[in-house]
Design a binder for this molecule. Structure first.
Ligand code: GN1
Ligand code: MG
Length: 353
């Protein structure tokens, strides 16, 4: 627990008295804490998972560079306002933005944005619309950022060929029991393979361009104010070069699911078209002219592809014996995968790609 890690707190918040440290249960990868000081200021302090991210200082540099760039894109606001709209990282006393502890773990810190809320499940089209505006704005404002300044925090993160290679390796190593329990999902993965390569082919042919993308735009990575207006895009660990379809698609995957990503009762999992329309409206409003007609045409396929890639990754992790995502029970990843395949089926009944 972070409260016992005085050296971490001292690295980011020297000479501050800590009043409270609370773990924030969010995400499948990192350990995240809310730290309150006696002076009333609040911070998020995070240990970044170094098994998942091989170059954590590089990842933190990515996040800081993109945040600083975004701050420059909103000159009309004062600093306090900007700190509610854009993540603001706190440097360690050493002057860099990461701290390496004596166990070789890496930490980073940022200003906590209070008076805010997140959603795991969306019911209200206004929230979908506001979420669309927020992620569209992120893409629009980062359009001019030079992607050669960014490292790939996870190489080939949304690369379909790579994810299939991992899947095939997992199939070879999986136990008979796991293979049997996931037989139906394995079949579905193979059936969709060609279609799921279309966007990657367009990218590789240079028809869809690389730009800064967030790459983890699940709706719980969007902060809203208490009135439900979009506030800030958070969890920028995976900002790196990508295509707009990754961000559009991952948001749709999570907003338009009637249930949570790991809901086991598949009767309750279906695609909500009204939320799709509301999100798309907001997204197109703010992404503006930073996307081309061709990119626009392929947005629905982006939604299907991103839902698929998560289904495939959850399935792969299940076959591997749950080594990547945090899980609460042995079949958790398989349930997530089934859920995502069900969502694809329901999506396909309602949206043509
Ligand atoms: C992971 O850590 P978190 O929960 O923000 C994953 C995403 C998946 C997501 C599924 C680095 O994100 O790619 O979409 O779980 N992040 C990484 O909920 O693998
Ligand atoms: Mg994340």
């Amino acid at each position: 627990m972070l409260e016992k890690r005085k050296e971490v707190l001292a690295a980011f918040l020297p000479e501050m008295e800590i009043k409270e440290v609370k773990e924030l249960i969010s995400g499948h990868i990192n350990d995240t804490y809310l730290v309150k000081t006696n002076k009333g200021s609040q911070y998020v302090v995070q240990k970044i998972n170094k098994d998942v991210f091989k170059d954590v200082p590089g990842l933190i540099r990515n996040k800081v560079l993109v945040s600083q760039y975004l701050h420059l894109q909103m000159p009309e606001m004062n600093e306090k306002e900007r700190q509610r709209r854009i993540l603001t990282f706190v440097p360690a006393v050493s002057g860099v933005y990461h701290f390496e502890d004596d166990q070789g773990e890496f930490w980073n810190a940022m200003i906590y944005i209070d008076q805010s809320q997140t959603f795991d499940i969306v019911h209200d089209p206004t929230i979908a619309y506001e979420g669309g505006k927020l992620f569209g704005e992120f893409l629009n404002l980062t359009e001019g950022f030079d992607t050669s300044k960014l490292i790939e925090s996870i190489p080939r993160f949304h690369d379909m060929s790579f994810r299939f290679t991992q899947f095939e390796a997992a199939l070879k190593g999986a136990s008979a029991d796991r293979l049997e329990k996931s037989a139906s999902e394995i079949k579905k993965a193979w059936m969709l393979k060609d279609e799921m390569h279309i966007l990657q082919d367009l990218k590789e042919q240079g028809k869809i361009r690389l730009r800064v993308t967030h790459n983890d735009t699940k709706i719980s990575n969007a902060l809203f104010d208490l009135q439900g207006r979009g506030l800030c895009v958070i969890d920028t660990d995976t900002v790196m070069p990508g295509i707009v379809h990754y961000d559009f698609g991952d948001a749709i995957r999570t907003i338009c699911n009637s249930a949570a990503e790991d809901e086991r009762d598949l009767e309750r999992v279906f695609f909500k078209k009204d939320l799709y329309e509301a999100y798309s409206l907001g997204f197109l409003e703010t992404v503006g002219t930073s996307i081309t007609d061709l990119e626009k045409k392929y947005l629905p396929l982006g939604a299907k592809t991103m839902t698929f890639i998560m289904a495939l990754r959850f399935l792969t992790d299940y076959l591997n014996g749950n080594i990547y995502y945090k899980t609460k029970y042995p079949e958790h990843n398989l349930d997530r995968s089934k859920n995502q395949f069900k969502l694809i089926q329901s999506f396909s009944e309602k949206i043509s790609v």
